[in-house]
Design a protein around this ligand. Structure first.
Ligand code: ADP
Ligand code: MG
Length: 685
């Protein structure tokens, strides 16, 4: 392996500090790239130093003064041939007092600010001038640091690491030239110690060939490790599940015909299941595109082939709804369905688990309780994860071990189907989900009406409420979504409980329902069922209805404090209406003043109904971390590459990893090792 892990003789204290920054070996140090640079290579005449510039000046101290009581301020005046500049230190050491004594010749580096009495520098970096203190020949790197880790320590350690590493060149000269990249070693050297003539802008914007070389290397590591994971999976064997008899039977019973897109993805999934390799497929389809029925078909193919199926959803409401829907479609001749939720009585849970373990349940539906309570399936053949994006990476890793928790995160034991309404943008899919096959439902069932989106300022809330009565008279059903449950004066949010009271009074005698996270699950389920049955016409809800709830007759949605919701959430919520044949309206109530991002989010959701477009712009606004759910789980993200800015390099990396490098493990292995040693699990999530 490249790099000499642990071979350095260094104080353990220093090592543990560096480890806090994730710097555990020479490879880590070498790849710890500067955030920015200081130009200490030249001295600027004071008269040419403009406010805002970060410059180095040199001259003689003409005046020194200490002012203030308690917190004393040291002021000095530095003069060169062109002018004078004030230097100010709000805390200072006796040594600095001597350095800035009248008549001393010093160099000061810092940002020029407009002070009360003209240009000044506060807390400049000071060096004695004249004599042997030669100017450095290179730009000075500024590294990401942390408490107790100085730039000086980082520079020393990194320089030492650079002298020790011997990385083989990952690309051939031809490949490099085609991509306009540098040899890796030269690129690394340049980024850590750039010569002064290098364009600062190209360094800051990371468009310099040296940056692009390192970014491609990081992306290569990611692609190669994903390929490895894929190959490992392809080498696994599972039982082929080929019987489609029951699935065909369900198709005959449905009150609708599959759309072309549903037929296509169902065929893809059916073919996967019929192979003896574990399926690892993501089913993407915008909200309302009809993913549930495809999941049911897949489940029946597994059940028909003698295997059990787990269907997991992120919330109890959603799991319960799946259970209701699937139980209505399926009878015991097709599949014996059971459901399990965290809030069930322990004795009931035990009974369900026992039935599953005895093989008396074919399809088990539930929430994470499935993972946490470690159900032992008699013969699990397929795990289906709905609203996959709601699960963090760590949870997804754990899901693979369903049925054998001890092996969690090792190998998949069953076919796996994940479903998501939050489309993963192409660049993200290529770089994080390369080990995943993707099926897309790109068509909605016929008769769906586009949802009209209205942005309404909070001041007109009364008018919105008064429009609900007539909508109810027309036979519509209405969602009213609030962001918080309880009064929080600090946030000044209208609460669900308040909204429920207000709406109940304004709309009497229409009954108004209320669901929120603090309700007992049985109560929640009863209210949802009453709304689904049309007995309740108005439902006030917190975001518990966000994912997956399906009541086709609901055609009006009001979202209070829409500015507080994320884009994906707004899109999901809005997808709860427009499922029937009536014209649907989604009213976004917002409160001024809006932050820039909130304004941007509302503009995007107003302009677009296309989940892919929304996700793409969400990625630009937020970066990939949150979209992946990885930030919370603490797993490492890309360190330097930016999927949006470097989209073209992502594509290059994918092609190189699939082609030339796949055939040359001696080139490929060191790339993965230097970037991902010890971090491999993430790449397989
Ligand atoms: P999602 O993809 O958001 O999970 P669902 O599976 O909940 O969507 O489907 C939304 C609604 O559309 C459900 O009521 C479902 O029964 C219905 N549906 C699904 N497929 C079709 C179809 N081909 N034709 C008509 N309605 C359909
Ligand atoms: Mg769904």
């Amino acid at each position: 392996m490249a790099g000499s892990r642990g071979a350095r003789p260094a104080a353990s204290e220093r090592l543990s500090r560096l480890a806090r920054l994730g710097l555990r070996c020479d490879d880590d140090l070498a790849l710890h790239l500067p955030l920015r640079y200081l130009d200490l290579t030249r001295v600027v005449p004071i008269a040419q130093a403009r406010t805002g510039d970060e410059v180095q000046i040199e001259g003689v101290i003409r005046r020194q003064e200490i002012t203030g009581r308690g917190r004393r301020v040291l002021s000095a005046e530095l003069e060169d041939d062109s002018g004078r500049m004030a230097l100010r230190l709000f805390n200072f050491y006796p040594s600095q007092l001597r350095q800035l004594a009248v008549g001393q010749r010093v160099r000061a580096f810092g940002q020029v600010r407009a002070g009360l009495f003209g240009a000044e520098m506060t807390h400049p970096t000071l060096r004695p001038a004249g004599g042997p203190a030669a100017l450095p020949a290179r730009l000075t790197p500024v590294y990401p640091a942390a408490a107790g880790i100085s730039q000086a320590l980082l520079r020393t350690e990194i320089a030492a690491a650079l002298s020790r590493i011997h990385w083989p060149e990952p690309l051939t000269e031809t490949q490099r030239q085609r991509l306009g990249l540098m040899p890796l070693r030269a690129a690394l050297q340049l980024l850590h110690e750039p010569p002064p003539e290098v364009s600062r802008t190209s360094l800051d914007e990371r468009s310099h060939p040296a940056w692009r070389t390192l970014i491609l290397d990081e992306l290569l590591a990611q692609q190669l490790s994903l390929r490895e994971a894929r190959e490992r999976r392809a080498a696994l064997r599972v039982e082929a599940l080929a019987d489609t008899g029951r699935a065909q039977a369900l198709l005959g019973r449905l009150p609708f015909r599959l759309t072309g897109a549903q037929q296509r993805v169902w065929a893809e999934i059916a073919a996967d299941l019929a192979r003896d390799r574990p399926m690892n497929r993501l089913l993407q389809g915008d909200v309302g595109s009809g993913k549930t029925v495809v999941a049911a078909l897949a489940a029946l193919q597994a059940v028909g082939s003698g295997r059990q199926v787990a269907l997991m959803a992120p919330t109890e409401i959603l799991a319960e709804q799946h259970h209701r829907k699937l139980a209505a479609w399926l009878d015991d001749s097709l599949a014996r369905v059971a459901w399990l939720s965290g809030s069930m009585k322990e004795s009931d849970k035990r009974a369900v688990r026992a039935a599953v373990a005895a093989g008396e349940v074919d399809l088990l539906i539930g929430t994470h309780a499935l993972i946490q309570d470690s159900v032992a399936f008699a013969r699990l053949g397929l795990a289906i994860v709905d609203e996959q994006h709601r699960f963090g990476v760590a949870q997804r890793l754990a899901l693979r071990g369903v049925g054998s928790p001890a092996e969690a995160a090792s190998v998949p034991v069953a076919h796996q189907l994940m479903m998501s309404a939050t489309p993963i943008p192409r660049s993200l899919a290529m770089s994080y989900y390369a080990d995943l096959d993707v099926s897309v439902i790109d068509e909605l069932p016929p008769g769906r009406q586009p949802v009209v989106t209205r942005l309404v300022e909070m001041g007109r809330r009364e008018r919105v409420i008064s429009a609900i009565g007539p909508a109810l008279t027309e036979g519509r059903q209405v969602y009213w979504v609030c962001p918080l449950i309880e009064e929080s004066e600090a946030l000044d949010l209208q609460t669900a409980i308040d909204a429920h009271a207000t709406l109940s009074a304004a709309l009497a005698p229409w009954p108004v329902g209320l669901v929120h996270g603090r309700l007992a699950p049985a109560e929640k389920a009863a209210t949802m069922a009453a709304f689904a049955a049309g007995e309740l016409r108005v439902l006030v809800a917190t975001t518990v209805i966000e994912v997956g709830v399906d009541v086709p007759n609901a055609s009006l949605m009001v979202i209070e404090h829409a500015e507080r919701f994320g884009l994906a959430q707004l899109h999901q919520l809005r997808g709860r209406v427009g499922r029937g044949s009536a014209d649907s309206v989604c009213v976004l109530l917002y409160r001024n003043p809006l932050s820039d991002t909130a304004r941007e989010r509302l503009r995007i959701i107003f302009e677009s109904q296309d989940g892919f477009e929304i996700a793409r712009r969400d990625l630009q606004l937020r970066g990939p971390g949150e979209l992946l759910g990885a930030r919370q789980s603490g797993l490492p993200m890309l360190r330097h590459a930016d999927l949006d800015r470097d989209a073209e390099l992502v594509a290059c990396a994918r092609d190189l990893a699939a082609g030339p490098l796949a055939a040359q493990p001696e080139r490929a292995a060191p790339i993965v090792a230097r970037w991902l040693a010890g971090r491999g699990a993430f790449a397989q999530a």
